[in-house]
Design a protein around this ligand. Structure first.
Ligand code: GLA
Length: 634
């Protein structure tokens, strides 16, 4: 320690002043962000030879994707430490606009969506970051991560320079980008590269769009290496001048790699998305990609000197209603689990892929890999017995104010949520009919509707069921359609037509129905909370469906992870302590829902199930997941 003695008071004052000014200058130069000291570095990740360079040294990206919004925050550290222990040096994550700006101009960056905390954690653990801020991200998210309120505009053309889209992007980026700028490498942070949009080559609707996004990033202070990524379909049309092109695939496609190397001969090759597994749709089998096949390709990628990012390293869960849908060859909503058959399972367990990768990556490290963190316990809990019930019709007073309209209005254009429409969940459309006959959906039901006459169930409209018979009856009767948004398509050219609810006329005996009363049931946490004031009744012998079922589960001691199983139930949504865990559906493939320990209390936990058609009144909690019968990815 240096002890300074300044004798005269005069000199002491000057000395204090000198220290204050010097301190201020040093502090300004370093800058601080959320308590972190920023070091200034001059050169970031560079690509001027056939390899990457970082901090003046050759650098190979061994990356892995983990999405903060798909992993309970309490487990972020666990998952990232497991990533480190696997030999991965770079974390990659998307930023889901739809979750961060659920209503236009109203932003959420706290708790589960605290991106800055996630970046900070990566930094603390010594992981570099490649940030993928979209604004479109695909990622099996509803509308590819775009907010559904964009679709209120009938003329909307997402992923183009249509002013209604670019203006909204600008507002979002004005909020987002300043948050991430201080985390860039040259400012002392972990972000070594930023991706411009996502696989635009396979969309390619507007030549001015990618330059707009690039400029939108740069003008707001993004100064690290920029990159684009494309899959086989978009490789030819992808890319942007002055931006590194990268490639996405699962099986080695030598032609694609050659093609990429031909357009960028003096650049390193990065497989931005090496698909370690795949996602599942409802009614499908569970996709798996054999570990031996995966490791053979990863080994070859590394042998060729290429860099790689594992998409996903750990998939996590589509909690709530965040899942997207596929539309090729036809519409198919995606399941709640985003396990992805990734190296780390949905619940954070090591898989054979993890061990193979760790072994392989250990040969590419100069130091010994950290020990593998211990696993979290999984528990089987006593089943919760549902003892209270509310029918759908009982909860109507707790929904938004009903909206009356001559013709049907789609979800996004309903006058709810401060003028942002309804994004997710169910919408009830009701009108009066005076006859029976043939009811036709005209393919205007998005995506599925349970249909009732005077509250008696008469059938389901789906993409394949376009006609139902309405039984004859006397006088005026109420026809109700409970329409569910099962997930908006997240990939392909059909993004602008992803409006949900009723998107056109429903015909009864060829006449369009009129005079609707519409209620939004977006099943938000605040709606579920409001149900505590609802007139719950003891479970009747024959409860009516759809309905809400309430029970309690008891956790003795510290809560562990568990897996919810609902044998005898059909289709619905599970809420634990008010938190939406996501949808279940007996058609599978997934047979259990992941319930992370941090969502549980020690002691009593409230379980609410919204079930559409039939129930067994018992919710089971198993200690192992069941994602269904498997099929190899083709
Ligand atoms: C593409 C997208 C990702 C994801 C994968 C499939 O590569 O870029 O967001 O949708 O496909 O999982």
């Amino acid at each position: 320690m240096v002890v300074l003695t300044v004798r005269s008071a005069h000199k002491r004052r000057y000395f204090v002043l000198f220290l204050t000014i010097a301190g201020f200058i040093i502090f300004r130069h370093m800058g601080t962000q959320r308590g972190r000291v920023q070091v200034v570095r001059r050169v970031g990740l560079s690509v001027n030879s056939s390899q990457f360079n970082l901090e003046g040294e050759p650098f190979r990206i061994l990356g892995g994707s983990v999405h903060y919004f798909r992993v309970p925050r309490a487990y972020w550290k666990d998952r990232l430490m497991k990533m480190k222990a696997c030999g991965i040096n770079t974390l990659t994550t998307y930023v889901p606009w739809s979750l961060h700006e659920p209503e236009r101009g109203s932003f959420q960056f706290r708790g589960q969506l605290d991106l800055e905390a996630f970046l900070q954690l990566a930094e603390e653990l010594g992981l570099w970051v490649i940030l993928r801020p979209g604004p479109y991200v695909c990622s099996e998210l509803d509308l590819g991560g775009l907010p559904s309120w964009l679709l209120r505009d009938e003329q909307m053309k997402v992923r183009t320079t249509y002013p209604g889209f670019t203006e909204a992007v600008n507002v979002f980026f004005n909020k987002l980008i300043p948050k991430v700028v201080p985390f860039q490498f040259k400012k002392g942070g972990p972000i070594i590269a930023v991706q411009v949009e996502n696989e635009y080559g396979s969309f390619a609707e507007d030549a001015n769009y990618m330059p707009f996004i690039k400029e939108a990033l740069e003008s707001r202070g993004i100064s690290e290496l920029l990159l684009t990524c494309d899959n086989h379909d978009g490789l030819m049309n992808g890319g942007l001048s002055g931006v590194l092109r990268t490639i996405n695939f699962q099986k080695l496609n030598h032609n694609d790699i050659k093609q990429l190397e031909a357009v960028q001969p003096k650049s390193p090759t990065l497989v931005m998305e090496y698909w370690t597994g795949w996602f599942d749709g409802w009614g499908d089998l569970h996709h798996v990609f054999p570990a031996e096949d995966m490791i053979a390709v990863v080994r070859e990628i590394l042998r060729r000197g290429m860099s790689i990012n594992l998409y996903m390293f750990h998939g996590g869960t589509n909690f709530g209603f965040m899942n997207g849908a596929a539309d090729n060859p036809s519409y198919k909503p995606l399941i709640t689990s985003y396990d992805y058959d990734a190296p780390l399972s949905e619940a954070g367990d090591y898989t054979p892929k993890y061990h193979l990768l760790r072994d392989l990556f250990s040969h590419y490290q100069s130091v010994k890999l950290p020990d593998m963190p211990v696993l979290h316990a999984k528990d089987r809990y006593e089943a919760a017995i549902m003892f209270q019930h509310l029918s759908l019709w009982d909860v109507l007073p707790f929904t938004h104010t009903p909206f009356k309209t001559q013709t049907p209005v789609n979800m996004e254009n309903l006058p709810v949520n401060n003028g942002n429409g309804q994004s997710y969940g169910y919408t009830l459309y009701e009108t009066t009919i005076t006859s029976g006959g043939s009811l036709r959906s005209g393919n205007n039901v998005r995506d599925r509707a349970l249909v009732f006459v005077d509250r008696s169930f008469i059938g389901v409209f789906e993409f394949k069921t376009l006609e139902l018979a309405v039984p004859d009856g006397k006088g005026e009767r109420t026809l109700s359609l409970l329409v569910e948004n099962c997930g908006r398509v997240n990939y392909g050219k059909a993004l602008d037509s992803q409006r949900k609810g009723l998107v056109g006329d429903i015909l009864l005996n060829n006449s369009p129905l009129r005079n609707f009363v519409i209620r939004s049931l977006d099943l938000t946490p605040s709606f579920i909370e409001s149900l505590y004031r609802a007139p719950w009744k003891s479970l009747p012998h024959k409860p009516s469906f759809p309905g809400f079922f309430l029970g309690r589960m008891f956790v003795n001691g510290y809560p562990s992870d568990t897996f919810i199983k609902l044998p005898g139930w059909s289709k619905g949504v599970v809420f634990i302590n008010g938190q939406n865990l996501g949808r279940y559906w007996h058609i599978g493939p997934q047979q259990t829902l992941y319930l992370p320990g941090p969502f549980l209390n020690s002691g009593i936990n409230e379980v609410i199930v919204f079930e559409e058609t039939e129930a067994d009144y018992k919710v089971h909690f198993e200690d192992t997941p069941d994602l269904g019968m498997t099929v190899d990815v083709q």
